[in-house]
Design a protein around this ligand. Sequence first.
Ligand code: NDP
Ligand code: 5RP
Length: 462
Amino acid sequence: MNDIALIGLAVMGQNLVLNMARNGLAVTVYNRTRERTEAFLGGPAKGQSITPAWDVPSCVAALSRPRKIILMVKAGTAVDQLLDELLPVLEPGDIVVDGGNSHFEDTVRRTRRLRETGVFFAGMGVSGGEEGALLGPSLMPGGPLPAWEQMRHILEKIAARSADGDPCADYMGADGAGHFVKMVHNGIEYAVMQLIAETWDLLRRGLNLSPGQTADCFAAWNKGAASSYLLEITANILRTKDLSGDGFMVDAILDTAQGKGTGLWTSQSALNLGVPVPAITAAVEARMLSMRREERQRYAPLLPAADVSLDIPAPETLGKALFLATRLAYLQGFSLLMAAERTWNWGLDPARIARVWRAGCIIRAAFLDDLVRTFAPEAPLSFIASAPEDLADAQLALRRVTTLAAAAGIPAPGLGASLAYYDAFRSARLPASLVQAQRDYFGAHGFERPDRPGVFHGPWKG
Ligand SMILES: NC(=O)C1=CN([C@@H]2O[C@H](COP(=O)(O)OP(=O)(O)OC[C@H]3O[C@@H](n4cnc5c(N)ncnc54)[C@H](OP(=O)(O)O)[C@@H]3O)[C@@H](O)[C@H]2O)C=CC1
Ligand SMILES: O=C(CO)[C@H](O)[C@H](O)COP(=O)(O)O
């Protein structure tokens, strides 16, 4: 009898299976399209303790009890279809883990559906891409606690390890917690990728640096507290030559950034919960604008340009601005996680989440160690304000960069949104008083006063 089954042998599934086999687990694999299983067995899986199944019932029959099955399939109806096939052959106590990027509301629905059958359903965030899945991903399981208790020894074995040796796999909380955490992870991922892309644009278009010089900047910034996986891969990407031409790979790629939905869901959830995540939303919208390539091409020569030419700040200033904006993006993500906890009481714990993000995942970054120590749910901004001297310098850098980007006509929506977020928190008084007055003027909505309790109306029309 095998220890575990994995269903869905695309990039993530195959690599997770190889990871499990390397860690001594006997794995049964199944994929809807038979050819994919055959190619896997004849290729990367050759000679490993991996057994194929050619339909769902025989996949389940190959497992010891309680049966443990991980789904790594396309998010959406594929998960429901597989559950329809699995449920007739599963027994109470068996565990189905959905490791795909499912929407957390689907996970809540599926968890409820399976609760009635006695089969445990656990939504689990998986991050790390192809390499992470193979060598050690970051794992964010949620759902019923008994499922985590049964799966823990396996998940900890295959997960990445932080520098201090902790496995980057931990229980995130009940119901949809695992997939909510992964969704916010991806929202932060969107924001940081966009911030990096904008900074690259300023280096390239603003400072006229060569691709190699821009790579050197990202490599130089990828040091100490500011170091991160996304900075590391950016430097590598920018150095990569286009094998089919003379130039660099990045210049041979169409400038339209696609997405599979998790960034958009993060913004939508944040709006629903009333939490501002402007850097994440700016990143989602920047991808949308990038997709309107035809219009951009058409209007580029027609729309008037900036009439001032100010010098773009030196790379050192850009690096400081990028680091502050990056930390503000994480802060927005953690604020959203805390709002979700206040709403659903899943048991989300910011320190535990930051701990599983320290290695294996796409948004791993050195400052997460600091975040684990300093993040206080009741005072989230203290994480940003924990080093006031650095902050004084960094906010000036972000201010200079966004001002000069605007003056030069180079769009920097993520950097700008991050600065506005920061400035909103340092504004003891915002112009919202005028918005309240307007609401009261046209709709008699009332307003409060700082000097006395109660709800008031203006004498607007008198
Ligand atoms: N790629 C990445 O970097 C990451 C992906 N994820 C998530 O992990 C999951 C797997 O991702 P990835 O490996 O990229 O693969 P894909 O998202 O491209 O999904 C392909 C897999 O889903 C299966 N599938 C699709 N529809 C059905 C269906 N109706 N019934 C049964 N199986 C179906 C496919 O089977 P078939 O061969 O028959 O078509 C194939 O095995 C996704 O949810 C993804 O969002 C999570 C983290 C990172
Ligand atoms: O989950 C992931 C990384 O963490 C996947 O790579 C996901 O597909 C990334 O999102 P998108 O495709 O929308 O850019």
